[in-house]
Design a protein around this ligand. Structure first.
Ligand code: NDP
Ligand code: 8X3
Length: 252
C-alpha cells in the first residue's frame, strides 16, 4: 500500500521538489501552501508522471484556524499520514536587530516556529495512535550558527532545532522517527522572498558560487525517509562545497 506524505511549502523550492521526488518514490502526497494555482499545477505535473494520488490543501500556516480546518477535514483515505515534511518557512529582511522590522520578525516567528508547531500538533496524535510515522523538519545552517543581520531568522531556526530534539524525545516511545535537514545556501525563491522581490539583491546572494539546488535537499530528505525502520537520521547539515559556514566564509 502506498504511504502518505504531507509536505508544507510545496509551491516552490525545496518543498516542491521534495513532493515530486516523494511521489516518484510511490508516496501519495498532500501538498500545501498559500498559492492555490501553483499547487494545482504541481498536482497535475505529479499525476502526469507518477502513479500516485495528490491532494492539495491551500492554507496559511500562520493561521491556527486554517491549519485546523484543513487537517480536520481531510478525507478519510488521506488521514493516515506517515511522513510529515515541515518545510514551509522564510527569511524576511536582513537588518541589524536595532533597525529590524518587527512585522518581518513576526512573520518569521509565526511561520517558521508557530506554523510548524500548529501542523505538527494536528498530525502527531494520529502517528502516536498508529505507533508509526516520521517527521522531517527543514531547519538550516542558520539553526546552528548566527550571522550578522540574520538574528531573528537564525533564532527561528534555532527554535526548529530545539523542537526537533523535543519531538524526538517525546515521540520516542511510540516508535516515531524525527529528523532534520539543515541546508546552507540553496538557490530557490528564498532570497527573492527575503529581499521582497528585489531581483538584483537576491541574485547577488548566489553570484560567483555554485549554490545547492532544491533537488539536492529533496534527495537528502528522500534518503532520510527511506532508511530502514531501525535507523533514524537525526540531522544532516549540507552546504555547497563553496560555503564554509553561514557567516562570511564563502569562497567565490
Ligand atoms: P521558497 O521561498 O522557494 O519556498 C518557501 C515555501 O514556503 C513556499 O512553498 C511557500 O508557499 C511556503 N510558505 C511560506 N510562508 C508560508 C505561509 N505563511 N503559509 C504556508 N506556506 C508558506 O524557499 P525554500 O524552498 O528555500 O525554503 C524552504 C525551507 O527551507 C524554509 O523553511 C527555509 O527556511 C529553509 N531553508 C532554505 C535555505 C535556502 O538557502 N534556500 C537554506 C536553509 C533552509 P506559499 O508562498 O505559496 O505559501
Ligand atoms: C537559509 C540559509 O545561511 O542564507 O536558511 O540563512 S542562510
Amino acid at each position: 500500500m502506498n504511504k502518505i506524505a504531507l509536505i508544507t511549502g510545496a509551491t516552490a523550492g525545496i518543498g516542491e521538489e521534495t513532493a515530486m521526488q516523494l511521489a516518484g518514490e510511490g508516496y501519495h502526497v498532500i501538498i500545501t501552501g498559500r498559492r492555490k494555482e501553483r499547487l494545482k499545477k504541481l498536482a497535475e505535473q505529479i499525476k502526469s508522471s507518477c502513479n500516485v494520488e495528490v491532494l492539495t490543501l491551500t492554507f496559511d500556516i500562520r493561521s491556527r484556524a486554517e491549519v485546523d480546518e484543513a487537517i480536520d477535514n481531510l478525507p478519510k483515505e488521506w488521514q493516515n499520514i506517515e511522513l510529515l515534511i515541515n518545510n514551509a518557512g522564510l527569511a524576511a529582511g536582513l537588518k541589524h536587530l536595532q533597525e529590524g522590522d518587527i512585522n518581518d520578525w513576526e512573520q518569521m516567528i509565526d511561520t517558521n516556529v508557530k506554523g510548524l508547531l500548529y501542523i505538527s500538533r494536528k498530525i502527531m496524535p494520529g502517528m502516536v495512535a498508529r505507533e508509526s510515522g516520521h517527521i522531517i523538519n527543514v531547519s538550516s545552517i542558520a539553526g546552528k550558527e548566527v550571522y550578522e543581520k540574520g538574528n531573528v531568522y537564525c533564532a527561528t531556526k534555532h527554535a526548529v532545532e530545539a523542537i526537533t530534539k523535543g519531538m524526538r524525545l517525546d515521540l520516542l516511545k511510540h516508535g516515531i522517527r524525527v529528523s532534520s535537514v539543515s541546508p546552507g545556501l540553496v538557490e530557490t525563491e528564498f532570497s527573492m522572498v527575503r529581499f521582497k522581490g528585489d531581483e538584483e539583491r537576491a541574485a547577488a546572494v548566489y553570484d560567483g558560487l555554485e549554490a545547492l539546488r532544491a533537488e539536492d535537499i529533496a534527495e537528502t530528505i528522500v534518503w532520510i525517509a527511506s532508511r530502514p525502520p531501525h535507523v533514524n537520521i537525526n540531522d544532516v547539515l549540507i552546504t555547497p562545497t563553496a560555503q564554509g559556514n553561514s557567516t562570511t566564509t564563502v569562497r567565490k
